[in-house]
Design a protein around this ligand. Structure first.
Ligand SMILES: CSCCC(=O)C(=O)COP(=O)(O)O
Ligand SMILES: [Zn+2]
Length: 221
């Protein structure tokens, strides 16, 4: 006999179910496209969208990110606690809420595990970051207006202990260094933006730029 688990999401007073479902639909749509590109293998990756000042919609841990529907996305508060559901949020929830807590204008966080992101993270881990310079596509990152700029993407060591990663991100920011995205060694990339379109543009540009850097190294080997 097939057992079907129906997730129930309820909403506390003040949290709009319409706003949540709009976020859930936007996440599911983006995830489907990113999965089709092969960037979310084997249930990897996680996605979130701010619902209001104190809540976000985020993917439930372990779900196939290419086949998400509304029941695969849940409500959390900005401490990463489930709200109105017993479902378990992404194992990497703390990396999403960190962005929302730090920047009130950031509304979307996307994390993927493409092959290019994974290989680049390993290649540049020893130097701690990759410096992108001279590429026209740097201008796809908000705030960049010329190829004559330097976009530095840190590579943080991987860990299963999220507070450690959160602390590394905090330390980078507290040192006054700009941060638009980061790689995690042997793992994948995180990036964010003010809406889904901006965040997808960041992710696509970074994927392209990392692939170009890998090609350059291959060709000059
Ligand atoms: C099988 S991928 C390992 C976990 C991971 O890195 C990831 O992105 C997905 O974790 P989640 O808990 O968000 O499904
Ligand atoms: Zn991951």
């Amino acid at each position: 006999m097939d057992v079907q688990i129906i997730m129930s999401q309820t909403f506390p007073p003040g949290v709009s179910s319409e706003a949540f479902f709009a976020c859930a639909d936007a996440i599911a749509g983006a995830a489907k496209d990113l999965a089709a590109l092969g960037w979310t293998p084997a249930t990897s990756s996680n996605f979130s969208m701010r619902v209001d000042d104190s809540h976000a919609a985020i993917t439930i841990s372990g779900r196939d990110k290419g086949r998400l529907d509304r029941d695969d996305i849940m409500l959390i508060d900005l401490d990463g606690q489930a709200v109105g559901t017993d479902a378990r949020p992404s194992a990497e929830t703390a990396l999403h809420t960190q962005v929302y807590r730090r920047w009130s204008d950031m509304r979307v966080v996307l994390h993927t595990h493409s092959r290019t992101q994974s290989v680049a993270s390993r290649l540049f881990a020893a130097q701690g970051s990759i410096r992108l310079e001279g590429w026209e596509l740097q201008k796809a990152i908000t705030g960049f207006h010329t190829h004559e700029s330097m976009l530095q993407i840190p590579v943080f060591p991987n860990t299963q202990h999220m507070p450690e990663l959160v602390a590394r991100v905090e330390a980078w920011l507290d040192a006054g260094k700009p941060l638009h995205a980061y790689l995690i060694d042997g793992h994948g990339i995180y990036t964010w933006g003010r809406d889904m379109a901006e965040t997808r543009r960041h992710l696509e540009a970074l994927e392209f730029l990392l692939a170009c850097e890998l090609d350059l190294r291959r060709l000059s080997a």
